[in-house]
Write a protein that binds this ligand. Structure first.
Ligand code: FE2
Ligand code: FE2
Length: 165
């Protein structure tokens, strides 16, 4: 991961990365052999890279993108107890993630909520309304494809640096 990308994730995401809730995501499997935590960090990296590529460098947007990326799948934690089946998990985890975002940050930014709620588009109907949502939706798909084809896994160094910030 580029230093610039890592520094942006730490700057805007350290208050989430340092929580027990976030650290627990490295205990639940996701996309075959990865964990929810590794997927989340991969998505956040892709999302920040997309922002920089498009010249999106303003603090409010970067903060929203990092926050939404780090929280977008937190509602999937405890999936076996929370959801009856895979379809229910797919359709309901964004709403659950919004709850975790609000609890974890004490914030309720409409642009972050919109991004988390609609990150499954177009698999789940409902388009994102804002830039943050489109970035997250694209980054989630890109990271997932890389994970499933085994071409991208967050490095031990990046994971350690991000979790110890
Ligand atoms: Fe998701
Ligand atoms: Fe995801």
């Amino acid at each position: 991961m580029e230093d610039r990308v890592r520094n942006i994730i730490i700057k805007y995401g350290s208050s989430i990365l340092s929580t027990d809730t976030f650290k627990k995501t490295f205990e639940q499997k996701h996309h075959l052999h990865l964990t929810v935590g590794d997927h989340t960090l991969g998505v956040t990296e892709e999302a920040v890279k997309m922002c920089l590529k498009r010249g999106i460098i303003d603090s409010p947007t970067l903060k929203n993108v990092v926050t939404a990326s780090l929280c977008h799948d937190l509602g999937i934690m405890g999936r076996n107890e929370k959801f009856k089946n895979v379809i229910e998990c797919h359709t309901m985890h964004p709403e659950e993630s919004v709850k975790v975002y609000r609890e974890l940050t004490g914030e309720d930014d409409p642009r972050v909520v919109d991004a988390i709620l609609h990150h499954m588009f177009p698999i789940k109907p409902g388009r994102p309304k804002y830039t943050e949502g489109w970035i997250l939706t694209a980054a989630d798909k890109k990271a997932s494809v890389k994970e499933k084809t085994g071409t991208k896994v967050i490095s031990d160094r990046d994971r350690m640096e991000l979790l110890s910030c």
